[in-house]
Design a protein around this ligand. Sequence first.
Ligand code: ADP
Ligand code: ZN
Length: 524
Amino acid sequence: MSTVSTALDILRDVFGYPAFRGAQAEIIGHVAGGGDALVLMPTGGGKSLCYQIPALLRPGCAIVVSPLIALMQDQVDALTQLGVRAAVLNSTLAWQEAQAVEQAMFSGGLDLVYIAPERLLLERTLAMLDALYTAGKLALFAIDEAHCVSQWGHDFRPEYLQLSALHERYPRVPRIALTATADQATRNEMLARLGLGEARVFLSSFDRPNIRYTVVEKDNAKKQLLTFLAGRQGQAGIVYCLSRKKVEETAEWLSAQGYPALPYHAGLPAQERAANQRRFLREEGLIMCATIAFGMGIDKPDVRFVAHLDLPKSIEAYYQETGRAGRDGEPSEAWMAYGMQDVALQHARIAESGAGEGQKILESQRLTALLAYCEAPRCRRQVLLNYFGEQREPCGNCDVCADPPELWDGTLAAQKALSAIFRTGMRFGVSHLSDVLRGKASDKVRQYGHDQLPTFGVGSDLDEHAWKSVFRQLAAAGLVHVDMAEHGALQLTDAAREVLKGQRQVQLRRPLKRKSSPSRSSSA
Ligand code: ADP
Ligand code: ZN
């Protein structure tokens, strides 16, 4: 019997599913045959079976490394219910319990053991694995949430860096690393840091067709959120905010508005955090207001919307966070409000991060890519998937497809805007620059003598709202840099010179609609 048909038997008899999804069969065949693999599959894609079935096919016990201690027991319980022999090995176990697990690993009584990385790397555990290895009883290593090895992601776990040792110590044991993170930089980091140079990479489509993407220009974020939430009473959702303070305020405010909401951030006492998470998972129709501390491994199928009140730090992060909506495949919403202030805040975060110069540049580029997504005149899904290397037709299920923006030749407007930045010494923010362009002699404009500049009043054809949109789009196009150390001052980049010299055209979109959400009538 071939490996694949045996795998299919297990899929049917043990897991009760009739057929494999996507690349599952191929991945399982590869790993069961002893090959290393890096599996990139979106959340809900079915990663678990990719190591669980090889674990059952290969002799010995599989070791599953996961950073999510809280969820390990759930996974083991689910497997046990199916009759799969699985256990957890972690710090919550009593000494005798741990010993019983270890004994079962040797006696062939376990097919899968879930271990946290810090536990795995203890010399004691490694000594046990050495013995298992010698006896030919290690089936495979599965490294779940493999993107935790990336030092620059917000899920970084230092212990993950040491997991490359597994390969050196146990060269004959196949390894399968899995993640729902797909950007090229993180992918390369995983391959390099986990020593997966020889691994086959399985990249699934990252499209989440049931999620509708919408980006609105931030104006009065709370009010816009309320408009978005209208008609969503009773739906579970996540509202992401940048700061802990804002998380708490927003949760309180939403509750007062009749949308029961809970806060979640790393500054809350562990007990309260866990309790809020439990309520969110078990009760219906709760909103979780959270920082990015919330989310990884949260398996709640019916999250109907993910709203961003603040800009995430990259497309990657945005995709991860919005990906928590609609795991059940039902129509769901990814909604975001963003404005120039967000851009400045994110630049400040990068500047203050203490990272090296090269890393800062990379982070800025990631942020610019996200801005380009926010300002893109084309289908959001096209832009998102393009970022992950996939080509697409317009999706028909995003705000841009529903209501395509009008484009105009913004070269002249861009030149005016860039020259206003230049002539004022690259020290001022959007509001001041827009005053200068519109010929508004505010106190500040007069104080700096900017009413005497040749640029003063050259942009009186556009209103303040339109100029702000122009500046945002220039930032998204990489023509303008927002310097937070200078209180959000706009500065020209090298690319801006080409526009000023008339060597480069600039296409702009009309300002995003002020309405915060398109009519809901068509998509009930
Ligand atoms: P991921 O870890 O990629 O987020 P999971 O492994 O948790 O995804 O799988 C998501 C859901 O899809 C689970 O409920 C799982 O049982 C189900 N699933 C996985 N593979 C299949 C399949 N071949 N057929 C049907 N359902 C599947
Ligand atoms: Zn679209």
